[in-house]
Design a protein around this ligand. Sequence first.
Ligand code: GCO
Length: 455
Amino acid sequence: MVSLDICLSGIYDVNKFINTSSVFSSMNGVQQPEKFPSGFFWGTAVSAHQVDGGNMYNNWWEWEQVEGRIDQNDRSGDACDQWSRYEEDFSLLSQLNQNSYRFSMEWSRIFPKKGELDKLVIEHYHQFLDALKKRKIEPFVTLHHFTEPQWLNRLGGIERRQNLPYFKDFVNLVAREYSEDIIYWNTINEPNIRAALGFFLGVHPPGKTGVYNYLKALRNLLRMHAEAYYILKTENSQNLVGVVKNINLFEPYNSQSRIDRMIAWVLDEGMNSNTLRGIRTGKLPLSVVREYKNLQGSSDFLGLNYYNRNFCSRKFEGFFKNHSDDADPTKLCTGLNWEAYPEGLYLSIKRLWEDFKLPIYITENGIGTTDDNWRKEFLVNHLIQIQKASREGIPIKGYFHWTLLDNFEWAEGYASKFGIVECDRKTLKRKIKESGHLYAQIAKENQLPMKNNDE
Ligand code: GCO
C-alpha cells in the first residue's frame, strides 16, 4: 500500500512543506502524486570553468593565481576533469535518468588566441555532443558563463564595446559547427551577476568597481545576448534561444519602512527589472539613446536561475543581507549564506511569466551544503513550487539542478558543495549522493515520490 507521505526515506514531515490536496490528484479514487508536464526536461547544470579543468586561457584562470582572491586560495586546476571524463559523467547522467544536461562551451578554449581557433577543441565538442546524443540526453548549451579569453581582456574585455565582434565570431563559429546537434541555446548566463561581481563589487575578474563600470559591462552583455540571438536564429530558425536570468528577490527588511522599501526597489531595478525590461523593449539599462537593434524580444524562452532572497535596509552593509534574523545557520548555503526560500521560486516564475508570457526553464537551483538530507528537502520543496506554478498554467518546461558534481564555486573555491554527485578532490572519483538517487527517482517517474509502506 502506498501512503501519502512524500518518500525521502521518511525524513520529511509532509505537513511541513506540502499542501497535500494540491500536490496529489485522485485517480480512480487512489491519491497519486501529480505528474510534471509530459516531456519535462530533467537535468543538471554545470559551467565549463567549474568542471572541465585546465581552462588556462581564460580570465578566471589568471585571476585565481593571485593569493587571497579565492577562499582557501583554491584554484580551479583540474576541477572535476570533465574535459576528459565526460563519457563517465554522461553515463552517470543516464544512471540518474536525466534527459537533458546544461553546460557551457568555453570561448577561450575554442579561441585560445585572438583569431586562432583550436581544431582539436572543435572536434572535442563534437564528440562531447555525440556522447550525449548516444544516451538521448538533450544538450542545453550556454555560450557565456562568467569567463572570457585572456586575450580579450588585454584588449579591454567585455566592457569595451569595440570588442563585441570577437564574441560574434565565436557565436558564428559555434552556430555553424553545432546547430545540427543543438536546439536549446542559452546566450549569457546571469548578465547582472557577471556585471555586478566583476565590475561593481570587484570580487570576480577584472576586479573593477562602481556603477559606471557595472552599467558598461551590463549593457555590453545584453548586446552580446542580442547578437547571439540574432546569429543563432539566422543560422537556423528552429534554434530555441534564451537568456539566463537569475532572480534575486529584494524585500524590505521592515515593510513599514519607506526607506527599506525604496532600497528594495532600487536594488530590484538595478539587478532585475532593468535587464528584463531591456530584453522586452530593446532599451539598454539607463540608456537615453534609442533601442539597441536585435535586443527587443530576443528570447524564445527564459532561463531562470533561482537561489535566494535578500532583505533590504540601510543598516546592512551593501544595503541588504541574504538571510533572515532567525535563519538556522546550519541550513545556510556554505560560503554564500543564502537562506532557502522555496516560495521565491514560485514568485520568480510568476514574475517572468507575467512579464514575458514565454516558456520558462529553471536553468539553476540548488544549495551548497554537506548535509545531503537537507539538499533532498531543498530539492523537493522547490519542485513543489514549480508544480504550483504549472498548475496555474505557466509553461515550465524543465528543471536543471545546480549541480551535477561538487565543483569549483568561483570565489568560494571548493568548500561549497552543490553536487548531487560527490567528486573527491584528490582522486576525482565520483559517487552519487542520496540526493542524486532521489533526483533520479523523481526524473524517472516524472513526479515527486511517495513512500511505499511495503518496503
Ligand atoms: C551562477 C553561476 C553558477 C554558480 C551557482 C551557485 O549562476 O551564479 O551560474 O556558476 O556556481 O549559481 O552559486
